[in-house]
Design a protein around this ligand. Structure first.
Ligand code: KIV
Length: 272
């Protein structure tokens, strides 16, 4: 397989992620929402591809993740799965598809698995969603938890600032992670919490912990459009930019416009 740092070309499974944690190998996770990007991300050696409900912001221009629908997430996840050979593909269950009750949660989880070909699902929340998480796991579907800043609850939080700075909220997060790990979650995303709290979770919970704005962990996840610098309106402290795609694309598109308008494109060799 071509790519970077792909030490092990085998398909990544939930079991392999736990093995990676045990061996001290870090887990690289990135979001993707379409076939072409997912193909590149997979070949470049990313271990876990998240079809995040951040598609609502990044792909559709919504202010929050709340408006994206089950059908839209299925469309994105199916496109991503077609491009992936090695990475574990995790799909977010969108807002409203698992909060009502466990039966509805399982029905929607089964739909995503059947219609997309993804490997696992991610659900936001703690003990409040325990029954649903248990029911989805009982249906044979692997679940990744998501604690800390959970964007589907933004209207309850009222702000995107760092979560769990207070001990009471930190204790609740620790207890949620313990309970969900005991129920069988194979990994967690911890978003925007103090790095010291992430270390407490890692000390207490035996499954891989993937951080975003949560300091050092068993792995890291970023939104691909942010880390590639496609969207330069968003600059949180935790974001490391690896490219300036906004600049590269603006320049390329500007040169194309110039060439069309000056009749330089197409030239004699670019026509039939
Ligand atoms: O939807 C998403 O992109 C996510 C990541 C921020 C972890 O949940």
């Amino acid at each position: 397989m071509s790519g970077y740092l792909v030490e092990d070309p085998r398909k990544v499974t939930t079991h392999r992620l736990i093995e990676m944690k045990r061996m001290g190998k870090k887990i690289a996770m990135l979001t993707s929402y379409d076939y072409t990007t997912a193909k590149i991300v997979d070949a470049a050696g990313v271990d876990v591809i998240l079809v995040g409900d951040s598609a609502s912001n990044v792909m559709a221009g919504n202010v929050t993740t709340l408006p994206i629908t089950l059908d839209q997430m299925i469309y994105h996840a199916r496109s991503v799965c077609r491009g992936v050979k090695r990475a574990l593909v995790v799909c977010d269950m969108p807002f409203g598809t698992y909060q009502v009750n466990a039966t509805e949660g399982v029905r929607n989880a089964v739909r995503i698995m059947q219609e997309t070909g993804c490997d696992a699902l991610k659900l936001e929340g703690g003990v409040e969603i325990l029954d649903t998480v248990r029911a989805i796991l009982d249906a044979g579907i692997p679940v990744m938890g998501h604690l800390g800043l959970t964007p589907q609850s933004i209207n309850k939080f009222g702000t995107y600032t760092v979560r769990a700075r207070e001990e009471k909220e930190a204790e609740k997060l620790l207890s949620d992670a313990r309970v969900l790990a005991e129920a069988g979650c194979f990994a967690f995303v911890l978003e925007k919490i103090p790095a010291s709290l992430t270390q407490r979770v890692i000390a207490e919970v035996p499954v891989p912990i993937i951080g975003i704005g949560a300091g050092a962990a068993d792995g890291q996840v970023l939104v691909i459009d942010d880390m590639l610098g496609k969207n330069n309106d968003f600059s949180p402290k935790f974001l490391r930019r690896y490219a300036d795609l906004h600049g590269v694309m603006t320049d390329a598109i500007g040169r194309y416009v110039k060439d069309v308008k000056s009749c330089d494109f197409p030239n004699a060799g670019e026509q039939y």
